[in-house]
Design a protein around this ligand. Structure first.
Ligand code: BG6
Length: 490
């Protein structure tokens, strides 16, 4: 057994991290446009002007003070404004992807490029045409687009004035946006994901301490509105084009118990339920899992959930399960001396694993475990739509970039996928994260690079934006050409 003949090899980016052009072509702002850069030790900040005109900053999850409004402030650099300028470089980038032999490219549509405030009744034509050109370019080069409809970028207006995902009214606005995507790009795009890493809203809470029940209620409520929005989008997507294949997208952390204490084993099972199955069950099976009541009761959550919502969830199940995979985490009921965190999750350090410069564990066995566990649960086709190593790259005098650590990382993860396929998993695609260097979502840095393609741009936004090929570029090309058989060094 090996990778299927039509396996969808490729790479992935998101609009706000690749595209730039934040105020071009009629685009409205999103939260990332008022978010500064950070580092591995210092958080990204969200900037605002208060009611007296004073400048201020917030951390993720903190509330805007009464009377304040989000603002771009002159004393800060906002890395997502220009990102790596995919807006102007998309033809060049797609040509490089085609050179590697990509069969699929995952990207997202910026909601505020199509609906600048989220409230317009008609989409911004310039935005619609921009994505049409990108999809045409991909199709011309034999690369199928895989499109994420929402990748962390709700229009800022909806966040600031209408409560974002805390408000039921956002469901209709998202559905209008999704309908536009399905209608405009019918025939150009056939694979869609409704929400990126939808489970982060809950999983992320595990990284914080001293949270109130209200914080949990808000998170579960936001998720419920996203589930309904996703289910309605799935139904519309199928009506518009029955060939559309629509997936959920889960932040796939493999949770392990840190000890064999039965209390740890039980806690681990409950972590899977809360962090992973809660969303997958609703989106794949069309209803909340039996454990959901326990989760809500733990925090006295009262959900605004109507009988029509439950009907929609039933009718709008996804066609495939897609997920990101970067790491595993350890949970325990015992005291944790060394806590590690990464990608919206945290746990105890695992002495059997190696950690990156950003503290993310490399665990390819965890990917096999996740694939086998999830396939057995849902029996739907799977895709790994993000996987990769954020690392420093050094450009040599002659311009070459040697990244054997990245090749090693991919090799073990591709081997893990192969083993899962041998074990019966229906895995249909793999898009590595940040196939071209992009702005880091977590830290806003450029120095945390994932790409096969290097972009000359630093954390302060200085650089020529020139693209160049790393060693891993040639290696991945060889992997794709051999359909995953040749994983040897260059
Ligand atoms: C996932 C996101 O959480 O991880 C991506 O879907 C993100 O948007 C990726 O970029 C890697 O995280 P980071 O923080 O290294 O950019």
């Amino acid at each position: 057994m090996s990778f299927p003949k039509n396996f969808l090899w490729g790479g992935a980016v998101a609009a706000n991290q690749w595209e730039g052009g934040w105020n071009l072509g009629g685009r409205g702002p999103a939260m990332t446009d008022v978010t500064t850069g950070g580092t591995v030790n210092t958080p990204r900040l969200i900037t605002y002007i208060d009611k007296d005109g004073k400048h201020g900053t917030l951390k993720r999850g903190q509330k805007l003070p009464e009377g304040a409004r989000y603002a771009v402030l002159p004393e800060y650099h906002y890395p997502n404004h220009n990102a790596v300028d995919g807006y102007h470089h998309y033809k060049e980038d797609i040509a490089l992807m085609a050179e590697m032999g990509f069969r699929q490219f995952r990207m997202s549509i910026s909601w505020s490029r199509l609906y600048p405030t989220g409230n317009e009744t008609e989409p911004n034509r310039e935005g619609v045409e921009f994505y049409r050109s990108v999809f045409r370019e991909l199709n011309d080069k034999g690369i199928e687009p895989l499109v994420t409809i929402w990748h962390f970028d709700t229009p800022l207006y909806l966040e600031e004035h209408e409560g974002g995902w805390s408000s039921r009214s956002i469901i209709d606005k998202y559905v209008r946006f999704a309908r536009t995507c399905f209608t405009e790009y019918k025939g150009l795009v056939k694979r869609w994901l409704t929400f990126n890493e939808i489970n982060n809203t809950i999983q992320f809470l595990g990284m914080m301490q001293g949270l109130t029940d209200q914080a949990y209620e808000n998170a579960y409520q936001q998720l419920h509105y996203q589930f309904v929005a996703s289910a309605r989008a799935v139904q519309i997507g199928h009506e518009i084009d029955p060939e559309n294949m629509i997936g959920c997208m889960i932040c796939g952390i493999t949770w392990y118990p840190a000890t064999c204490d039965p209390k740890d084993i039980l806690l681990n099972r409950h972590e899977w339920e809360k962090n992973i199955f809660y969303c997958g069950d609703v989106q794949c099976r069309g209803e909340y899992g039996s454990y959901a009541k326990r989760l809500w009761n733990e925090h006295h959550v009262k959900l605004d959930c109507t009988p029509e919502d439950l009907e929609d969830l039933k009718k709008g199940t996804v066609d495939m399960y897609t997920f990101s995979y970067y790491m595993s985490q350890l949970v325990t009921t015992h005291q944790v001396r060394d806590r590690v965190g990464g990608n919206f999750s945290s746990g105890a350090r695992n002495e059997y694993l190696k950690y990156s410069d950003w503290g993310w564990a490399t665990d390819a066995d965890g990917l096999q475990y996740y694939l086998e566990m999830i396939y057995d649960r849902y029996h739907k086709p799977l895709m790994v739509v993000e996987n990769g190593l954020g690392a420093y790259d050094k450009v040599e005098e002659d311009g070459s970039i040697h990244d054997p650590f990245r090749i090693d990382y991919y090799r073990v993860h591709i081997e893990a996928m192969k083993k899962a396929i041998e074990n019966g998993v229906d895995l249909i695609g793999y898009t590595t994260w940040g196939c071209i260097d992009v702005v880091s979502a977590g830290t806003g840095e450029m120095r945390k690079r994932y790409g096969f393609i290097y972009v000359d741009m630093d954390d302060e936004g200085k650089g020529s934006m020139a693209r160049s090929r790393k060693d891993s570029f040639y290696w991945y090309k060889k992997v794709i050409a051999s359909n995953g058989e040749d994983l040897s060094d260059l």
